[in-house]
Write a protein that binds this ligand. Structure first.
Ligand code: NAD
Length: 466
């Protein structure tokens, strides 16, 4: 069978790109190694982790804030197997939705491991060992990423686990040691801290979520500390050992001393790596870089012009919505359109509670690039809406150009920040100044007023409610 496009991988980038190809009239096949569609994000990433984050937040509120709201509960318990079962149900519904979308768009769905035979031919090895070969005028590599580890921290999937196993635990850990306080560590560490686990974060850098604006990491640490977590920043893990019922983690302190931490589970969340295993890129002559990522040009084309790649398997942020934009971009490029992705304006979100969300430059970046800037901040606790819901932690920080007032970056930590960041993206896509946003009506009382107030603060230090 010959296709216009073969998409290898059905994560958010793969399935979105396949649908856009089909919409543009291209005969499209999608190959997926696993029985269900949706990739890491839908099966063992974004969606299931959000289901557990929400459940753990409900529990935490029931245990800690309901009484102040005037709601009394007795005999409150965590039923972790039920929590995990609900999460599995959410995943099932979501992945079945993708099957429906493939059928609706007449995309051929083929399950099995895809590997290149030559630059136009893909062999699919199915679970029962049978093989199928198809050819494509264009091929898109969307095979995503896998959790990274180091030889000193071997993953046994029982006590030394990755995010995948952390989504299926059948008991709340007594002491969860989290290696790496980046996005996954913060999200899943906070789930189990809320459910009652003692959580210790061991992080190489000097703060949580170290690649985001430093103010966000500091604020997030304050909130997670309230859950009883411990932090070991600028500490280096040298060894992780499963001793049966326990995990012993050996750590070098910044002073050069060696300490050990003992817990019942250890979550290794030290980043992810591009996943190209089994693809047989050599048969197509496709080049990978020194980090194993498929090399692409500005058009997301590999060194073989009809083979493209997108998402976690190439350079850039490992974000589902970045991959989705790239899927659409490639489909439109194939049919001769001139699409565009504004990488600087792809938002980043950490789904802790409160959430962290950001778009554009961090303060550290504007300093480093020598861009003249000014800052406006506004804390959520000064908002009536936040006090009404008892979600008073966090702030909005706006960076604007000192001379032109153009918004350069927006960083939020607070309730509903993940949704609110969309307003900042729109403002920045249209190159708004802080004053532009200051002059737009924001409904009262809402959390979005914090963005307007931070813009007022940046415009002329004239926030109203502070
Ligand atoms: N909400 C989201 O958008 C979301 C959610 C999950 C994952 N992701 C993406 O998936 C990828 C993987 O997530 P992640 O949290 O594993 O990676 P990450 O890069 O966000 O964080 C890894 C952290 O581990 C630390 N680290 C590395 N080696 C260490 C060591 N030996 N000892 C102690 N600390 C060490 C790093 O300094 C870093 O802070 C990221 O690119 C992330 O953006 C995104």
């Amino acid at each position: 069978m010959e296709y216009d496009v073969i998409m290898i991988g059905s994560g958010p980038g793969g399935y979105t790109g396949a649908i856009r190809c089909a919409q543009l009239g291209l005969k499209t096949a999608i190959i997926e190694k696993y029985p269900s569609l949706g990739g890491t994000c839908l099966n063992v990433g974004c969606i299931p982790s959000k289901a557990l984050l929400d459940s753990s937040e409900h529990y935490y509120n029931a245990a800690h804030t309901f009484a102040e709201h005037g709601i009394k509960l007795e005999d409150l318990k965590v039923d972790l197997p039920q929590m995990i079962a609900r999460k599995t149900n959410v995943v099932d519904q979501t992945t079945k939705g993708i099957v429906f979308l493939m059928k609706k768009n007449k995309i051929d769905e083929i399950h099995g491991v895809g590997s290149f035979v030559d630059p136009h031919t893909i062999k699919i090895t199915k679970a029962d060992g049978s093989e199928q070969t198809i050819t494509g005028k264009n091929i898109i590599i969307a095979t995503g990423s896998k959790p990274m580890s180091f030889p000193s921290m071997p993953i046994d999937k029982k006590r030394v686990i990755t995010s995948t196993e952390a989504l299926t635990l059948q008991e709340v850990p007594k002491h969860l040691i989290v290696i790496g306080a980046g996005v996954i560590g913060a999200e899943l560490g906070s789930v189990y801290a809320r459910l009652g686990a003692k959580v210790s974060f061991v992080e190489f850098a000097d703060s949580m979520i170290p690649t985001m604006d430093k103010t966000m990491g500091k604020e997030l640490q304050k909130v997670i500390k309230k859950l009883g977590a411990d932090f070991y920043f600028s500490h280096k893990v040298t060894k992780v050992e499963n001793t049966g019922d326990e995990v012993v983690v050996s750590v070098d302190t910044p002073k050069g001393e060696q300490i050990t931490l003992t817990g019942d589970y250890c979550l290794v969340s030290v980043g992810r790596r591009a996943y190209t295993d089994g693809l047989n890129l050599e048969a197509a002559g496709v080049k990978a870089d020194n980090r194993g990522r498929v090399e692409v040009d500005d058009y997301l084309r590999t060194n073989v012009p009809h083979i493209y790649a997108l998402g976690d398997v190439i350079r850039g942020a490992m974000l589902a919505h970045k991959a989705e934009e790239e899927g659409t971009f490639i489909a439109e490029t194939i049919v001769g359109q001139k699409p565009h992705i504004h990488y600087r304006l792809i938002p980043g979100v950490v789904y802790t509670w409160p959430e962290v969300a950001a778009v554009g430059y961090t303060e550290e970046e504007v300093k480093q690039e020598g861009i003249p800037y000014k800052v406006g901040s506004f804390p959520f606790k000064a908002l009536g809406r936040a006090r009404a819901s008892m979600d008073v932690d966090g702030l909005v920080k706006v960076l604007a150009h000192k001379e032109t007032d153009e918004i350069l970056g927006v960083h939020m930590i607070g309730a509903r920040a993940a949704d609110m960041i969309a307003e900042a993206v729109v403002a920045m896509e249209f190159r708004a100044s802080a004053e532009d946003v200051s002059r737009m009506s924001h409904a009262h009382p809402t959390y979005t007023e914090a963005f307007k107030e931070a813009c007022l603060a940046a415009t002329d230090n004239r926030a109203i409610n502070m």
